[in-house]
Design a protein around this ligand. Sequence first.
Ligand code: PLP
Length: 272
Amino acid sequence: MARRLVSVKLMPMNNPTILICAGHDPSGGAGIQADIETVAGLGGHAATVVSVLTVQDTCNVAEAMPVDDSFFGRALDTICADMAPDAIKTGVLATKAQIDHVARVKRAHPETPLVVDPVLVAAGGGRLADDRVAQTLRQRLIPLADIITPNRVEAQRLTDSGADAEACATQLAELGCHVLVTNGDDDDASQETISVLATPVGNVGHYRYQRLAGGPYHGSGCTLASAIATQLGRGDDMSRAIERAEAYVHGCLQRATQPGQGQLVPQRVRAW
Ligand code: PLP
């Protein structure tokens, strides 16, 4: 008997398409590879537009070369003409023009959740974006975001202050988005990591996890932001998306491996 081919269209909720705009890290620990692994690990599909190429290992970034701005814009427009993302996540955006391209796409799809991970400097101290990027992110992209996920140092740079995580989160949330400030990368003797969440309506909450030995982990921030984007793309509300993403990241960190001689890399995909 002839077999009939049945075409099954998966509901986007089950298999959300996440548009990622981020940099490439050849070590595979952070950047676009971390994002792809996270989205795939959570059952989504990652569509990726690369913003910057880097020379780096698991210890630090030596060089960063932005992708040509108009090339970046064409890649973004071409993929958006082909597929409708269920969420958008940004990592490193290396130039003002790249930020404007993403802002333009978000304005064209106002209902699509936007997660901005405002990556400015690698954990090892290497620069990933030029000085004007923090200011442009604050003025042109953060007001369009549903959530931003800076670490404490990035939050201080975005507010141009030495304020604590809670004060930075509250100040940035006044721009109209949720703000989740992480402190997992801090050189901290405490037993816990505490992420501070400030909401656009002025509420503040905390997510606490046992601090794991062996940190900071290369690409943990990318993993968290991509996990939140995947869950928002799946239809979770913000607090559920953050809870699930935090729990997923904690599991990835518990399974981390050391493929190089520097930082540990979260294990985001379990294939065995
Ligand atoms: N994106 C790229 C391309 C990077 O190289 C890095 C860090 O080196 C990051 C993002 C940020 O990584 P993390 O998640 O550790 O903050």
